[in-house]
Ligand binder design. Structure first.
Ligand SMILES: N[C@H](CCC[C@H](N)C(=O)O)C(=O)O
Length: 286
């Protein structure tokens, strides 16, 4: 099976171009687990499929490294956008990509080499109701700066959906050990029936956020695009930041704007192609 490795600020996935590879009979969650393994497989935070779509120019399917399928992936969308342009699947610098969380409209920007250097994506409108996250409790209720206690420690949390769930925790100081210790406790917290991504954010000033993430289904990653969007929205709602912020992730910076005019969140950042190859491991079939 042919694949390409791309990453968005170090959030790296194994990409398969399903215009070339027929994976219709493949056990995709098991394939994701196998190719994501950094010792016995190719290595990555998961598997992303680039597919034809009946309602958009392309379709993206995202599988975390535990095999669970996600509804959206911001870093993945930037890398899909780079792949389809650089590999000639489109000559347009803007197009549409269908995801389980909705259809988005990337705009690619080219470098001196004529290849995609960075991408701006309209990631759509954030959702806050418990039913949309999803969270247990009163369906139309929102969760803003509420206490959540895990492991004997209480955090202040705002819940945001960007098509996928995010528990945004406001902390005075972001600590890697806290991400690893409390991240899985919140990912599997009883309030989140479909689990959740967990973001630890330290507001530096009106225009900058320090950000670390424990991703649902992948654990600690160097970056999370949907998480950065959710964090920017939660921070603005708290009155701590402007609508335009730079989010400092472990793998680099994303520029997020939550526009007042259309209530939509715009994410701008890089996408990098690392290598391509042929996976020789056994393909698991359904
Ligand atoms: N772990 C996420 C999917 C990947 C999102 C992240 N890598 C991004 O860039 O948005 C979830 O299960 O919702």
């Amino acid at each position: 099976m042919k694949f390409t490795k791309l990453h968005g600020l170090g959030n790296d996935y194994v990409y398969v171009n399903c215009f070339d590879e027929d994976l219709s009979r493949v056990d995709l969650p098991e394939l994701a687990r196998r190719v994501s393994d950094r010792n016995f497989g190719i290595g990555g935070d998961g598997l992303i499929l680039i597919m034809p779509s009946e309602r958009a120019d392309f379709r993206m399917r995202v599988f975390n490294n535990d095999g669970s399928e996600a509804k959206n992936c911001g870093n993945g969308l930037r890398c899909v956008s780079k792949y389809v342009f650089d590999h000639g699947l489109t000559e347009q610098t803007t197009f549409t990509v269908e995801t389980l969380g909705g259809t988005v409209t990337p705009v690619v920007s080219l470098g001196a080499d004529g290849k995609v250097d960075h991408v701006t994506i309209d990631m759509g409108e954030p959702r806050f109701e418990r039913a949309a996250i999803p969270m247990t409790g009163i369906p139309e209720e929102q969760v803003r700066e509420e206490a959540i206690e895990v492991g004997g420690t209480a955090f202040t949390m705002t819940a945001v959906s960007m098509g996928n769930p995010h528990a945004i925790l406001f902390v005075d100081e972001v600590k890697e050990e806290d991400v690893r210790h409390y991240g899985p406790m919140i990912e599997y917290h009883q309030w989140f029936p479909e689990r959740t991504n967990v973001e630890f954010i330290q507001v530096l000033n009106q225009e900058e956020i320090l950000f670390r993430v424990w991703e649902r289904g992948s654990g600690v990653t160097l970056a999370c695009g949907t998480g950065a969007c959710a964090a920017a929205v939660a921070a603005h709602l708290s009155g701590k930041t402007d609508r335009k912020v730079t989010v400092h992730l472990a793998g680099g910076d994303l520029f997020i704007e939550w526009k007042e005019a259309d209530n939509r969140v715009y994410m701008t950042g890089p996408a990098t192609e690392v290598f391509s190859g042929k996976y020789l491991g056994e393909i698991p079939f359904k």
